[in-house]
Design a protein around this ligand. Structure first.
Ligand code: BGC
Length: 744
């Protein structure tokens, strides 16, 4: 068993579309039917079978298939995952061309945040709240991946995550269904470009269907227990958005949802996805998840697992071999109908036709194109742009930042300063070269000008020894300003990387204390794939910058922000708790019958007696080097019918010295409702750029869509009554508010 989904391996080898055009070329249904007629049952079952190539594995690998190329030639394989590169994929495709019907293989790969040019981790990109930049990042990843022989990315992960202990929080868009839905749309559009069949488009995959992010206790692969109303209200919207954007495939999930493993969930896969939503693509299992239903205690063996999964609508089996080993017998035993198998095969073949693979199975196999397309300068520039946009300025007391260009010397201290390839973050590929990655040290050097850079590591990420402290303190004493680069190791988040303790690891906070004690101005950079807990630092460091893991251009992007060549504009897509005890903590919670009247109100209210109620940093929080004034709110009317709308307008003025971007956020609260509604829900936002002194008017339209919600019968309804409208710079920084009424 190879559990080393290193993703970032220690060895390194080797036009944004506005609309999704996914129209199917004519004749595909007929070609699919004609092919289906020629196929034996065994060949059909082969199409439903996906094997791992020979790269990274995220689960148990069974070795009972012998030579995979021979299995492919026998028509027993429909898809291979985890192989990249034109030379490599071609070998497998050539084997498929030796099978009786020459049905091409699909090559799937986790292209999560870049292929060769690595972009920020998805959670970081979500902090940009910039849909164009996010779409562009996915577009470039797809362009490179397709040039590298990949047909299909297992992305975007659109799981809502309200628990920062869960390691895979890094891979999604955070906690909010509205923001998450927009990002799901942007990523699907980016990956699929102008539609399958174009040589720069790959199939996207909305995963993990569903509720995987609500694993109990934040422990990966754990069970999920939730009301169906919460499922519909919070967890399903990003999947529906991906579907509406034309996503080609869905992946189900490892977890059970209310007792039924997702791979066997008829409710999720057939009732919701294929019937109610009319999804025309196919569903792949997660790695081994069909076979894992034995461990769940849901079925007794792989035979029963295959039966449950295929009948529930899971079309392709990733790596569990349950289908290839059992479907023929299940058909003979009349437990699975040929019709069910045909339906799954039809869905898969349709995508192969749409990709153009039947017309030319090697159309993604041009070595010349691979060389020409990868690492283009404009891709690298885009990676730097979105990296800068993803950096969140959490705190900037006394305006320590931006650093003055005349600073005599800066001490760079901490375990992250000289890291290279780690900047790519978890779920990055071993395509490309370490020299493409810019460390913080290199990025700062590039822009240092007359400033002298000093360096001390101080400690390692998980160190327990303070041996390096003295040197760090000495170095700090010699400098005018100190920049400390601290955080979690890149592989402390990701799959199977849940943590019960999300504090800044090791003795890093001790080092921060020691350096702050020098009295020098200190800027703390925090590298992480999740919200961490760093209370002392949050209270004592004058400036804190959350950098996440930013990809190849990390060092340049951070230097841009520190030197003020880029004014930060990112906002947290997820709530930062004060301590793990507050988890799950999210901004769109209910009010309860005993809401606290103040942050420290413990007088028989819903609170902790040993902790404030508020988070450390709220959803939507993120500062700028400049300041923005919100003013002059106007509602076009104070009441509306269900069929009508209200236009809200207000002014934002840049009242500071720097040009900068602001994300103005619209939250609504349904004041009286049955069932009850959250205290705040993000319903819209606008990101705008303002020059110093510039003022712009922003408008939002309130319509029925923004007021609708699911009732206990899972019907999407609106209820007449009063709504509070809040406009702010963060969920806890509301600058303007008003009320309106939805009429009967
Ligand atoms: C992960 C998926 C991933 C798959 C293939 C699984 O372990 O949960 O998200 O796409 O492996 O690598």
């Amino acid at each position: 068993m190879n559990k080393a989904k290193c993703i970032l391996l220690s060895c390194f080898f080797i036009s944004v579309s506005a609309v999704v055009v996914n129209a199917q070329p004519a004749g595909i249904p007929q070609r699919v039917e004609a092919l289906l007629k020629k196929m034996t049952l065994a060949e059909k079952i082969g199409q439903l079978n996906q094997y791992n190539g020979d790269w990274a594995a995220t689960g148990p690998v069974t070795t009972d298939v012998g030579n995979k190329l021979d299995a492919i030639k026998r028509g027993e394989v429909g898809s291979i995952l985890n192989i990249t590169g034109v030379q490599h994929t071609r070998v497998f495709q050539e084997a498929a061309m030796k099978s009786r019907l020459k049905i091409p293989l699909l090559f799937g790969q986790d292209v999560i945040h870049g292929y060769s040019v690595t972009f920020p981790i998805p959670l970081a990109e979500a902090a940009s709240w910039d849909m164009d930049a996010i779409e562009k990042s996915a577009r470039i990843a797809a362009t490179e991946a397709a040039a590298g022989g990949v047909h299909w990315t297992f992305a975007p992960m659109v799981d809502i995550a309200r628990d920062p202990r869960w390691g895979r929080v890094m891979e999604g868009a955070g906690e909010d269904p509205y923001l998450g839905s927009l990002i799901a749309t942007a990523r699907v559009k980016g990956f699929q470009g102008k539609g399958l069949g174009n040589l720069d488009a790959v199939m996207a995959c909305a995963k993990h269907f569903t509720a995987y992010g609500a694993a109990i206790g934040g422990r990966d692969y754990n069970s999920v227990d939730m009301s169906l109303r919460t499922l519909w209200e919070v967890y399903l919207p990003p999947f529906k958005a991906a579907l509406d954007a034309g996503v080609a495939t869905f992946m189900n999930s490892f977890n059970d949802l209310n007792g039924t493993p997702a791979s066997a969930s008829h409710y999720l896969q057939r009732e919701i996805l294929k019937d109610k939503w009319g999804f025309k693509g196919f569903v792949v299992s997660d790695w081994g998840s069909i076979g894992e239903m034995i461990n769940h205690g849901y079925v007794k063996d792989n035979y029963e697992a295959a039966e449950a999964a295929i009948n529930a609508g899971n079309d392709m089996d990733m790596e569990s071999r349950s289908y290839i080993n059992n479907l023929a017998k299940l058909v003979a035993d009349k437990k699975v109908s040929v019709r069910t198998i045909d339906e799954a095969v039809r869905r898969i073949l349709t995508k192969k036709f749409e990709l153009g693979l039947f017309d030319d199975p090697y159309r993604f196999s041009s070595e010349e194109r691979e060389k020409r397309v990868l690492n283009k300068p404009e891709f690298i520039a885009a990676a730097r742009d979105v990296a800068r946009k993803s950096i969140v300025l959490l705190k900037n007391d006394k305006r320590v930042l931006p650093l003055s260009k005349n600073t005599g010397s800066i001490a760079l201290i901490g375990p992250m300063v000289k890291l290279k390839k780690e900047n790519k973050g978890f779920w990055s590929l071993d395509v490309g070269d370490e020299s493409q990655v810019v460390s913080l040290y290199e990025g700062m050097q590039q822009q240092a000008g007359i400033t002298k850079l000093l360096y001390a590591q101080g400690c390692d990420i998980t160190d327990t020894s303070k041996i390096g402290f003295a040197d760090a303190v000495k170095t700090a004493m010699q400098a005018d300003v100190v920049v400390m680069a601290m955080g979690e190791r890149f592989d402390m988040t990701g799959e199977a990387k849940s943590r019960s303790d999300i504090h800044l690891p090791g003795i890093q906070e001790e080092l921060i204390k020691a350096v702050i004690a020098t009295g020098k101005p200190v800027v703390v950079l925090l590298y992480a794939g999740r919200p961490m807990v760093f209370d002392w630092t949050a209270d004592h460091a004058p400036a804190i910058v959350y950098t996440w893991w930013l990809g190849n251009q990390a060092g340049n992007a951070i230097a841009d922000v520190l030197y003020g060549n880029y004014n930060p504009s990112a906002k947290l897509p997820v709530t930062f708790p004060r301590t793990e005890g507050q988890i799950p903590i999210y901004y769109n919670h209910y009010n309860t019958g005993r809401p606290p009247h103040a942050d420290n109100d413990v007088n028989y209210t819903s609170s902790y007696i040993d902790l404030l109620n508020s988070p450390k940093f709220a959803f939507g929080h993120g500062l700028s080097y400049t300041t923005f004034k919100y003013d002059n709110i106007k509602l076009s009317k104070k009441s509306m019918l269900k069929t009508g709308s209200i236009t809200v307008s207000f002014d934002i003025e840049n009242t500071g010295k720097y040009a900068g971007g602001e994300v103005a956020q619209l939250y609504l609260r349904d004041l009286v409702s049955q069932p009850v509604r959250p205290v705040k829900e993000l319903k819209d936002f606008k990101k705008l750029m303002l020059q110093p002194g510039e003022k712009k008017t922003v408008t939002f339209i309130i319509n029925k869509d923004k007021l609708a919600f699911y009732n206990d019968k899972l019907e999407r309804i609106t209820q007449p009554g009063d709504f509070m409208l809040m406009i702010g710079s963060a969920s806890d920084d509301i600058r303007l508010q008003d009320k309106f009424t939805l009429l009967d």
